[in-house]
Each structure stands twice: as C-alpha cells, then as structure tokens.
Design a protein around this ligand. Structure first.
Ligand code: ZN
Length: 400
C-alpha cells in the first residue's frame, strides 16, 4: 500500500510541477488519512482473525460433542434393547410362575380329594367296627383262602391309595421347588431390569447436559458468525473508503491544477460554505448527547417528496440498504488537503450507486427506512474517514 501511496504522491508531484507550496501539507494529510484507514484495516483484520479462531475452536468442540452424543445415542439404543429383552424375559417368567401355581393347585386338589377319600374309608371301617366289612368279605368269600386273599386285596387297595397320595405329595414338592427357583430367577431379572432403568436415567441426564452444551455452542457460533460478518462488512467499507478517498484526491488534484492555473483561490472555505445543507427542512435533532447516547449527526425533517443533495463534490464510497441506516449513501470528499466523509441515512430511495458526484447533485429522496421514526434525513459529517465509533464526526451545521 505504501508503494501505491508513493506512486500517487509521485504522479501528483509530477502533475503539480511548480506548485511546490501546495505539495507538502497535502501529501502529509493524504498519508495521515490513508494510514488511519490502514490502522483501522489492521485492527479489523485482527478482530476478524480472533473471531475466526474462536469459530474454529467452537466447531472443533461441536464436532467432539457430536461424536460424544452419537456414542451416548448408541448406548441408549442398546440399553433400550436390553430393557425390552429383560422385560420380555420377566413377562415369560411370570407366566411360567402362574402356570406352576395352576399346576400346584391342581395337584393340591387331587391330594385333598385322595386324602378325603382315604379318611372317609378308614372312618367307615372304624364306624362299622370292621364287622360289616368283615362279614361282607366273609359272606362274599368262597372259603377261608379266598377270604385272606380278599383281606389282602383290601389292604393292597389301601396301599395303592397311599402310594398315589405319596406320589402326588412328591409331585407337589417338586412343583413348589421349581416355582421357588423360577421366583428366584424372576427376582434376579427384576434387579437387572431396574439396574438398566437406572443406567437409562443416567444416560438421559448425560444427554440433557450434552444438549444444553450444544445449545450454548450453537449460540456462541451464531454470535461469532455475526462478528465475522461485521468484520467482513467493515473490511468492505474500509476498502471502498480507501478507493473513494484515492479517487477523490485525484479529482481534487486535477481541479486544483485548473483552479490554480486560472489564478483561483487556494484558501479553504473553513466553516460556513464548505458544504451545503443537503436537504430542505427543520433540524429536529442536533449534534448532541441524547437519551440514547451521542447523536453523531443532524436530523433534518420535512414532509412530502424532499430531494437530498450531495453536500460537496465527492466520490461515492457506498450506496446500500442497512438494517439500522436503511437506504444510506457514504460520500468521500477531499477539500483543500483534508478528507471529509458525509453520510445520508434513512433515504426513501437512492439515485446514485457509485462514482463521483457534484456539490448539490440530487442523490435520492428523504425517507423513513431502517431504524427511523418518521420521515427525516440523518446527516453525518466526518473530518477524515468514517468509522464505526464515529470518532471523526463533527457538527455539520458549523460547515454550511
Ligand atoms: Zn439522526
């Protein structure tokens, strides 16, 4: 950039030739203005690099978190599957227990019936003193041998009954021990299931924490992206401003050659008359501190269709729509060795997009676009380049 400045200075020196008295302060002012922009560009670049670095870190953290979330998701899915399997096993086991209980009930019923039958029979034998049975047996017997056989048969039947009863009781015991084993298995399954549920809960809370962290990272990311955009916009503006200032200096240099060649005045019109009031209307807000902070410009308001004029000869830096300024035009001026910048905000429409403008040239119409309450022109004058902090702003009313 220094080489380019040197180049312009050299070409200007050649062009101006004998106008030595003009060269010295002019080139110093140029160097200062451009070095101010260079400084701003460097600071802006640093700001951008810092935001980019943080953005990269943020993206790295998001990547790590995403793989962690994926891992938790996988464990969660597996845990859910395990819980489902355990629950199915529990249901099967409960069914098995219910079936065993039914079987036990059936066997118990048979035991009770058999028991009652045997008791009744014994009771009947006692009640009849055995005599009737004995007589029946005797009367029914062909001989004594047959009688003994019958008695034995009676005992045999009783023994068989007893045997059946014992077998049934054994069956019942077996079923009961099987049932208690299955019940023990059920308890184990239920413990395993509740452990899985506990794991599930832990996973849920871990996942909630990760989601929260991800939300924070996303928020920070959009913050940083916004910052990067701001830096990019500032960079664009600074570049446009640099180009406009250079163009403006060259235009002013050519104008001054013809002025001086014709014996015109080289005295800068300090104060009144340096610029013109850019629009008709009343000053509704002055260059002063307001309830919402310093007001770095003048508000000029009037109803109807109100044309806006370039305050001085100049080069358009930028003509755009922004959320805050609405339709806005920035113009760079180079007046007697000093760079000035004018800003025209909240315009209804813009008539110029770039290039050079003449003092008094219509550049658009007064409007109410962007953050504006009612139709007015917000007009700024900066001694030097425009910057975000508006540190070069001066009261325009002192210059027309
Ligand atoms: Zn304003």
């Amino acid at each position: 950039m220094n080489r380019r400045i040197a180049g312009i200075t050299l070409s200007l020196s050649l062009a101006l030739g004998t106008l030595a008295f003009y060269q010295q302060p002019e080139s110093t002012a140029k160097a200062e203005t451009l070095s101010e922009i260079k400084k701003k560009q460097d600071a802006n670049k640093q700001r951008g690099a810092a935001a980019e670095k943080k953005l990269a870190q943020n993206e790295h953290k998001q990547d790590a978190l995403e793989s962690e979330i994926a891992r938790l998701d996988k464990i969660s899915t597996e845990t859910d599957e395990k819980i489902r399997a355990k629950e199915a096993e529990i249901a099967d086991t409960k069914e098995e227990i219910a079936e065993l209980e039914k079987e036990i009930e059936v066997v118990q019923k048979r035991i009770d019936e058999r028991d009652k039958l045997l008791k009744d029979r014994v009771k009947a034998m006692y009640e009849n003193g055995g005599a009737v049975s004995y007589l029946d047996v005797m009367l029914g017997s062909k001989d004594f041998g047959n009688f003994i056989e019958r008695v034995f048969a009676l005992n045999m039947i009783a023994d068989q009954d007893k045997q059946i009863l014992e077998d049934q009781k054994k069956d019942k015991k077996l079923l009961e021990s099987k049932k208690s084993k299955v019940e023990a298995a059920l308890t184990k399954l239920q413990i395993a299931a509740s452990q899985l549920q506990e794991l599930r809960k832990q996973l849920d809370s871990q996942m909630a924490a990760k989601d929260k962290l991800m939300g924070q990272l996303k928020k920070e990311q959009s913050h940083l992206e916004h910052e990067v955009h701001k830096v990019e916009n500032a960079e664009k503006l600074l570049k446009a401003q640099e180009a406009a200032i250079r163009a403006e200096m060259e235009r002013a240099a050519r104008a001054s050659i013809s002025n001086n060649g014709g014996g015109g005045s080289s005295q800068p019109p300090a104060g009144n008359g340096m610029i013109i009031k850019p629009a008709a209307g009343a000053i509704t807000s002055t260059f002063a501190s307001r309830f919402d902070g310093m007001h770095y410009g003048l508000d000029i308001a009037q109803g109807g269709t109100v044309p806006i004029h370039a305050a001085a000869d100049g080069t358009v830096i930028k003509s755009e729509y922004s959320n805050s300024y609405g339709n806005v035009i920035y113009i760079s001026h180079y007046i007697d060795g000093q760079t000035w910048t004018t800003v025209y905000a909240h315009m209804r429409s813009r008539a110029v997009q770039g290039g050079s403008v003449k003092r008094g040239q219509m550049i658009g119409y007064m409007g109410n676009t962007g953050q504006s309450m009612g139709q007015h022109l917000h007009f700024e004058l900066h001694k030097g380049p425009w910057n975000q902090a508006k540190s070069n702003a001066v009261n325009p009313a002192a210059y027309w």
